[in-house]
Design a protein around this ligand. Sequence first.
Ligand code: ADP
Ligand code: ZN
Ligand code: MG
Length: 488
Amino acid sequence: MRFESVIGLEVHAQLRTRSKIFCGCSTTFGAPPNTHICPVCLGHPGALPVLNRQAVDFAIKAALALGCAVQETSVFARKNYFYPDLPKGYQISQYDRPLALGGGIDITVDGVPKRVRLTRIHMEEDAGKSLHEGFPDADRRTAIDFNRSGTPLIEIVSEPDMRSAAEAAEFFMRLRDTLVWLGVNDGNMEEGSLRCDANVSVRPVGQERLGTKAEVKNVNSFRYLQKAIEFEIDRQIDLVSSGGTVVQETRLFDSTSGRTHSMRSKEEAHDYRYFPEPDLPPVIVDEARKVAQHPRDEEVPEKIRQQMVAQFGLPDYDAGVLTQSPAVNAYFQDTNHHVHAGQHPKVVSNWVMGEVLRIVKERGDDIDTMPVRPRGLAGLITLVTDGAISTSAGKTVLEAMLAMGSRVDTADTAAQIVAERGLAQVGDESALLEIIRDVMARNADAVAQYRAGKQQTFGFLVGQVMKGSRGKANPTVANELLKRELGG
Ligand code: ADP
Ligand code: ZN
Ligand code: MG
């Protein structure tokens, strides 16, 4: 029997507000434990929540960018459960009247485009954090840091529309791009400001009814998400094929073993005893507020991608890579602007996608800390597009810039390096002719073979000319001259 996998994601994204959702405490990450707390986020009796306006604005903006229908009235609810890091004994969330409904994200995997529908987006508060190490009696006690308690989140729930781990990873990436571009989330999965739970089930191909799902928690990178889902699909198929049944449960992903294991049986909604939060009025969003939060084109990566394809004639692929973050896009745009006022976008794209992003990745940093700044790179690329140096000499110049150990932000640094190292391309006919005649004299056999009709030897002879010029020959000029000299 052949199986199909079905995946739906629930993504929690921290909103980039300065203060928490129901009190004035700071949301700064990494502060000493329990320094950003107050009676509200500690759940002291009698303390009353006040909704953070900026959090709602960010949530509205995200919902509009994702094509959701923002509801005029939405309602906070108490979700009751006991957990040590949940001081009130309930989480303030939204339940049957969430902020936004519908929407979707377009993905393309293996060239196949597809729209993954969203079910809803609702607002809620984060819990505190249990600490199991880093203090003296950690072998006997668990400590709790409430700094994160009350941090504003949106939960984005997808329909079960994905059919592979690759589709799920693509969905999550596109979603992250969107949230980061909008400026509503920092995209930092390691610090937990973006988290994803994957719901996975399998069913025989052709069966309409969905199989029983397991929910995998604790996946904090794209790679782990893909691995966790792949493991879970295999586990469920093995189970069902050998006559077993999938149990509805919550499972944890262990990145060390690459496996998922059972954490707890899945609770049902009625277990939470949801009821409307009596301390907060309904959230009313009028038209004017939606208009004010409507994302501008330059905040939506998909729009920027389309514009880069139309304006610069870049391939879709390039546009996708160059809009992976606002910082990468700004780097490309600046560099491009400085190379003959944007006349060579594809050449600039090749340099940024190839060399710059490779170097950034090797350094394990982000592009803002790349020492060669757009003006410096533009100086180099201009020399290449003008034919003053070859592409390979350009790479040598880039290495030399990195070796300088300081920021390179001026257009003439590249030219200085070229002059110092004698990297200028030889395009001058007489100099090249001298090299070509020398190569022909030393390779009389190859010349004779070429003239006898063996075309392949041409490549060999070009190679010898390039070598003779120590890589500095202008390849186009060298090719033409060599053909002429060979009488081809
Ligand atoms: P629950 O009530 O268990 O939280 P929901 O219906 O709210 O389940 O769905 C939670 C998430 O699980 C959604 O992203 C949804 O698309 C996904 N989902 C629901 N049923 C399945 C299924 N059978 N297989 C895979 N994903 C599913
Ligand atoms: Zn507080
Ligand atoms: Mg649910």
